[in-house]
Design a protein around this ligand. Structure first.
Ligand SMILES: NC(=O)c1ccc[n+]([C@@H]2O[C@H](COP(=O)([O-])OP(=O)(O)OC[C@H]3O[C@@H](n4cnc5c(N)ncnc54)[C@H](OP(=O)(O)O)[C@@H]3O)[C@@H](O)[C@H]2O)c1
Length: 308
């Protein structure tokens, strides 16, 4: 059987770029949803991987069926970590997923691999997780051949978070530690996440399944920062920020960034809620089905250009 042609949303993002690379390695033709077809990240995907570009927006439902034409499978990755004005969790997670599912039903595409997040559950505390849960429920009730992935923190040379930490470590004498002192994460390498998405697409045993994606080590935020410092060969004082102060900082950033810069804040109160919760899971099911071979976080850090 020929590899399926895959329609990818969120292809220009950190996860999307790696997923597209992996799909092309597996021989899958790829078409991507692009809000701005002429943007530099889109042109980069075209020149590196020969993807087809389909103009559209997950918040504009009428744009999706024509954009999906000719595809045999969908990978839906779009998501946000911070809200700005009308770009809300409800619109970008829940409603966007409803639009993608409806467009799949309209166009007759049965296979859908959906990106969720670890910690997603009914009655979650954060709105990020609440809206990801509602999106998962839409996927589960879609009647499509679905698979859902829930990764922990994803890291890789082009990630958002570890690179931010590397910048803070480079420039600040004291680095803030946010979230609970005992809260644990299970960072997973972007290569393994991309591998799992590409493998799931063509594996019938993955249909109707929800998989955690986690790395082999559980660590606190302090331990994670210590590993980044060690990889950079630098020592910094790590200082835990008390919850009320962190909350005040996040609220200030939430107020200022959209108004002054029209951008999402680098930290918000919803993230603080998540940073206070364990973000660990059971990777065994995905590791066994997709043959994922993990490496240690420390070894993954060696690939970062931001970390000398
Ligand atoms: N990074 C992590 O550690 C992590 C962990 C667990 C789960 N996840 C999930 O993984 C997914 C991808 O995360 P990421 O880190 O790759 O995010 P990212 O780098 O911010 O990328 C977001 C992508 O979504 C696209 N997008 C945003 N709004 C859109 C819209 N209205 N219509 C169409 N496309 C739109 C962006 O396209 P433009 O180029 O047009 O902006 C971009 O391609 C998200 O669902 C996230 O919740 C991430």
């Amino acid at each position: 059987m020929n590899p399926p042609k895959v329609f990818v949303t969120g292809a220009t993002g950190f996860v999307g770029r790696a997923v597209v690379a992996r799909l092309r390695l597996a021989g899958c033709p790829v078409c991507i949803l692009a809000r701005q077809p002429g943007s530099a990240p889109v042109r980069d995907l075209v020149s590196r991987f020969g993807v087809e570009v389909r103009q559209g927006d997950v918040t504009a439902p009428e744009s999706l069926p024509p954009a999906m034409t000719g595809a045999q499978a969908i990978i839906h990755l779009v998501g946000i970590i911070s809200e700005v004005r009308r770009v809300t969790f409800v619109r970008l997670h829940t409603e966007a997923t409803r639009h993608v599912v409806r467009a799949a039903q309209t166009t007759g595409i049965r296979r859908l691999v959906h990106m969720s997040a670890l910690g997603t559950r009914p009655n979650a505390a954060s709105r990020y997780h609440q809206t990801k849960w509602a999106a998962e429920e839409i996927v589960r009730q879609s009647g499509l051949d679905w698979t859902i992935f829930r990764p922990s923190l994803i890291y890789g040379p082009e990630d958002h978070l570890v690179n931010l930490f590397a910048t803070l470590i480079r420039w600040l004498p004291v680095v803030p530690v946010l979230g609970g002192e005992q809260t644990r994460f299970q960072p997973v390498a972007i290569e393994r996440v991309a591998e799992a998405f590409a493998a799931a697409l063509q594996n019938p045993a993955a249909v109707g399944q929800t998989f955690d994606l986690c790395g082999p080590e559980r660590m606190t935020m302090r331990e994670l920062l210590e590993q980044v410092m060690a990889a950079m060969g630098r020592r910094r004082l790590l200082v835990r920020v008390p919850a009320p102060l962190a909350c005040l900082q996040a609220a200030t950033l939430e107020f200022l960034f959209p108004r002054l810069l029209g951008k999402a804040p680098p930290l918000n109160r919803d993230q603080l809620i998540m940073l206070g919760e364990d973000n660990t899971g059971d990777a065994a099911k995905a590791d066994a089905l997709f043959g994922l071979q993990h490496r240690k976080f420390r070894d993954g850090l060696a690939a970062y250009t931001s970390i000398p």
